[in-house]
Design a protein around this ligand. Sequence first.
Ligand SMILES: Cc1ncc(C[n+]2csc(CCOP(=O)(O)OP(=O)(O)O)c2C)c(N)n1
Ligand code: SF4
Length: 249
Amino acid sequence: MTELQPSMPKSWCKETKPHKFCPGCGHGLVLKALGEVIDELDIQGNTVFGCDIGCSLLAWDFFNVDSIQTHHGRTTPVITGIKRVRPEMVGIAYMGDGGGYAIGSQHLLNSATRNELVTIILVNNANYGMTGGQMAPTTLPDMKTETSPYGRDVQETGNPTKGPEMLSAICQDGAYVARGSISNLRNLKKYIKNALTNQLEGNGFSFVEALASCPTNWRTNATQTWDFVENDMSKYFEVGEFLTPKKEG
Ligand SMILES: Cc1ncc(C[n+]2csc(CCOP(=O)(O)OP(=O)(O)O)c2C)c(N)n1
Ligand code: SF4
């Protein structure tokens, strides 16, 4: 009898699977979409993948591509530097919402205003996953976390960061900005493909935020987890393409 093999993107490193994320974590789905896009664009041999501190670091050995793991919030400048000296490489910076919108927010904004030719994939799970579920810039209003046990009070902590909306306001022509969700993986994959194609075409900066689950810290079962991503998060964080490069003609 032939053993049934799991279907994995060619660019995934099979020896490091099963991966290290918690069951039900959104990171695995985002990385599956990214792996399939790397395969379809045939860029495995010239991609450099950077991951942050946070649960994204568990992806340091995820792909069979050149990979680098950076300090918290510093994946964007590291990948930007690599891209500047090796422009033939495809640079991907992968991070959480804490890494991108809190400690690394200055790098995100500066790389966007400079129209750096890198692709940033930011996983928004509405909390600091790796450190035990503290409030993040993306924690929803009234959402309970370890550091907002009575629910996030926006009067005191401000409103959740809306990254794609903010970046769309400061990006130059040629940039690509979108927000997808693991609850619609086909769309998320399309946005990731558009972002990497934008880099390959040399148009400019590209950014995709992915709404994703963290059932371990949310303390949710499978139904509640899916419902939170598909309904609560998508209601607050609009899914879609915010900025696409203008085509000539
Ligand atoms: C300079 C620095 N500050 C703080 C930390 C502690 N720290 C590690 S991971 C993390 C937050 C991770 O959350 P996020 O970026 O949202 O990623 P997730 O784990 O949710 O995927 C923090 C604050 C650190 N490692 N380095
Ligand atoms: S703590 Fe949350 S984000 Fe981290 S691996 Fe587990 S489910 Fe995923």
